[in-house]
Design a binder for this molecule. Sequence first.
Ligand code: ARG
Length: 460
Amino acid sequence: MSKKLWGGRFNGKNEEWIDAFGASIEVDQALVLQDIQGSLAHVAMQEVVGMLTNDEAEQIRQGLEKLLDKAKKGELEYTIQNEDIHLNIEALLHEEIGAVAGKLHTARSRNDQVATDMHLWVKEVNTSIIQEIEKMQQTFVKVASSHIETLLPGMTHLQHAQPISLAHHLLAYVHMFERDKERFTWSQHHADISPLGAAALAGTTFPIDRFFTAEKLGFKNVYANSLDAVSDRDFILELLSNAAILSLHMSRLCEELILWCSHEYQFITLSDTYSTGSSIMPQKKNPDMAELVRGKTGRIYGNLFGLLTTMKSLPLAYNKDLQEDKEGMIDSAETVLTCIKIVTGMIETMTINEEKMSASVEQDFSNATELADYLASIGIPFRKAHEIVGKLVLECIQTGKFLQDIPLCDYQTIVPEIKEDIYSILSAKSAVARRTSFGGTGFEQVEKQIHFWYDKLNIE
Ligand code: ARG
C-alpha cells in the first residue's frame, strides 16, 4: 500500500474500504481546474515574496501547466489512495517534476485550498446560472409578446376568477426569474472573497501576500479572519438556497404546464421533444420533462437542507464534515442549469391553443366582477352590487345560463339604470382591456411591460 502524503506520523496499515469512505476524489475532481488555478496563484506569490527561487517556481509552474492541460483534456488519473483533488494533484505534480513539488504546499493547507477552489467554482457557476436565467426570460418575453390578446382565466383557488392576458401570466414568471437573477448576483458578493493564505486555520509564519493571490485569482476581497476563511460555507448555502427558490418558481410553472396540456384544459400542446409515450397506453403523450423539473425541486431542497444540517453544530474551524459540502453543491447547480434549459425549450416549442384558452373565459362567470363594478359605477354601493350579482349567478347556474345571456329587460327590472352597453362590458376582452391600473392585465399595461423587458433584457 502506497504511503499517504500526510503519512509521517502513522504506523498502522490502511484499510481500502475505510480509505474509500474518507476520500472525496469521486466528487471533488470536478474542482480540478480551480485547484490548479489556485496552486498557480500560490506559487506565483511564493516566488514574489522570496519563498521560492525563480528556478523552483518555474519548475512548479511548468508542472502545473502540464497538469492543467491534461486536466482540460480529461487525461488525469486519480486514485482513492490520494484521497481528494488536492493530494491527487500534488502527487501528480511530484510525478511530473520530482521533489521540488513538495515546496508548493509551504504556507498552505488543504483547508484554505478547498475553500479557495469552491469559491472559484461557485463564482463561475453563479455567473452561468444568471446567464441561463436571462436566456429563459428572453424566451418567455418573446412568447408573451405574441400573446398579449390571448385570454385565459386568471385563477384564485384554481377557480376561474377574472380573465387575463396570457402575456401577463407569462410575464409574472419573468419577474420571479428577475428576482432569482438578483439573488445569484447578490450572492456573488460572498463568493468573491479569497480564503487562500488562511492556511490550516491560524494563518502562517511565512511572509505570504494574500492580497497578491486574491488579485491573481480575480477575487474582490480577502477573508479578514483566518478561522472564518476556512470554515465559512455561507456562499454555498446561498447558492443552494437561491437554487431552491429558483426551482420552486420553475416547479410552479411546470405544474401549470402539466394542467394546461391535460385533456380537461387543452390550453397548450407540448412539443414531442419534451413529451413521452406510455408503454401500454398507445394514446398517451405525457409531460414527463415538466414533471421532472417539478420533481427535481425535491432534491434541490434536499441539498439545501443537507448542508444546513451538516453545518449546524460545527465547532470552528475545519472539520471533515465539511467534505460533505460538495456533492449537493455540484448537484444543485447542475440540476438547476439543466432545468432552466428544459423550461426554456418547453416554452419555446409549445403550441398555444389560443381558441381553447380564450373560449374558456367566454362560457364562465369570470365576468361577474365586471357586472358588480358596473353597478357600483352607476351608484349602487359595491356590497349591494356584489349581492345582486351573486344572486344572478346562482340563478344562471340553476337555469343553465351565463350573465351575458340575461336579456336587457330582465336586467332593467332589477336595476333600471342598466343600459345596452352592459353586454360589451361583460365580454372577457373588455374585462381585460379595462384593467388599466399600473401592473394590471390591461393590454396597454402588458404592452408597456413587454417593452420594458425587451429593453432590459436586450431582446432584438
Ligand atoms: N477533501 C477535503 C474536503 O473536501 C479537503 C480538506 C481536508 N482537510 C483536512 N484537514 N482533512 O473538505
